[in-house]
Design a protein around this ligand. Structure first.
Ligand code: NCD
Length: 310
């Protein structure tokens, strides 16, 4: 298993064993992520944080992870203050970040942007979300959360809900859950179904995903409900968004139909798809899930930058 200098573009680039190794490494970082211990494993290393799309958790947790490991961060957080505004191409911006740092974390609205960036960069590139494509580090923290809460993935009934067409987190997660042998149910409005290629990939891994528009039925024997936001920014026509915007809402009345130990996950940000009243129930793990992002990102940075072992 070799992680040093590897790009992290898609979860499909990783084997089951590699994914489990990242998760195992992430666990070791709990006291560091909580600020109880200090590490200088990445002292002298610099991370370029290039975010050309909005982000809160992904950017902050990557930056926090780098600082917690003793490294530094430089970055561009939107397109109005950098030379992208002047018309610079992504490849030139990436070349510069590559010259100024040891690892590049890139979020971009175009599918395939991270893969392209990796061709221009000598240093590793981490895909922090490429349009409606993939979000591998979110996927790793989602798997970490499920394993932590449920102790296994194989044989669990997992419902992926919401915008399965444009949601990049569910594209990565469906693949990984199929790889680990979960029973998948996809619940979405008809127009926002899981893309055929993703369904096909899941089937190739031996999964038999079910698709439905009816949440009430799917939730009954679910162990995990993974909720996503309808991705407003990716709709070519705002009218189309309005038609599906409030398709689903997870609230106490819906949860009364679920198993008592079903967990509710969400990559966040949420809009109206989970009622705030759910936050106080034992079902809600989405804030813990967001915290787990630091652990997984510390593990990834440590592994690919060859951090000193403690
Ligand atoms: C997600 C994303 O950017 O894909 N957010 C995240 O990284 N936690 C989900 C979303 O924006 O809906």
């Amino acid at each position: 298993m070799e992680f040093r200098n590897r790009d992290i573009i898609s979860i499909k680039d990783f084997s089951k064993e590699e994914i489990l190794h990242i998760i195992k490494t992430a666990k070791k970082f709990i006291p560091f992520a909580e600020g109880k211990k200090y590490s200088d494993a990445l002292r002298g290393k610099i991370l370029s944080s290039l975010f050309f799309e909005p982000s809160t958790r992904t950017r902050l947790s990557f930056e926090s992870a780098m600082h917690r490991l003793g490294g530094s961060v430089i970055g561009v957080v939107e397109t109005t203050t950098s030379s992208v505004k002047k018309g610079e191409t992504l490849s030139d911006t990436v070349r510069m970040a590559d010259a100024y740092s040891d690892v590049i974390v890139l979020r971009h609205s175009q599918e395939g942007a991270a893969r392209l960036a990796a061709e221009f960069a000598e240093h590793p590139v981490i895909n922090a979300g490429d349009g409606a494509g993939h979000h591998p580090t979110q996927c790793l923290l989602d798997l970490f959360t499920i394993l932590n809460e449920k102790k296994r993935i194989e044989g669990l009934n997992i419902v992926l809900l919401g915008d399965l067409k444009y949601g990049r987190t569910v594209h990565s997660l469906a693949y990984a859950l199929a790889l680990f042998g979960a029973n998948l149910t996809f619940v979405s409005p008809k127009t926002l179904e899981m893309p055929k290629e993703v369904v096909k990939e899941c089937k190739n891994l031996g999964a038999k995903p079910k698709s439905t528009t009816v949440l009430e039925k799917a939730i009954k024997d679910a162990d995990v409900l993974y909720v996503t936001r309808i991705q407003k920014e990716r709709f070519p026509d705002p009218e189309e968004y309005n038609k599906v915007a409030s398709s689903y809402r997870v609230d106490l009345s819906l949860l009364s139909k679920a198993k008592r130990n079903m967990i509710v996950m969400h990559p966040l940000p949420r809009v109206t798809e989970i009622a705030p009243e759910v936050d106080k129930t034992p079902h809600a793990v989405y804030f813990k899930q967001a915290f787990n992002g630091i652990l997984v990102r510390m593990a990834i940075l440590h592994l690919i930058l060859g951090g000193k072992t403690r």
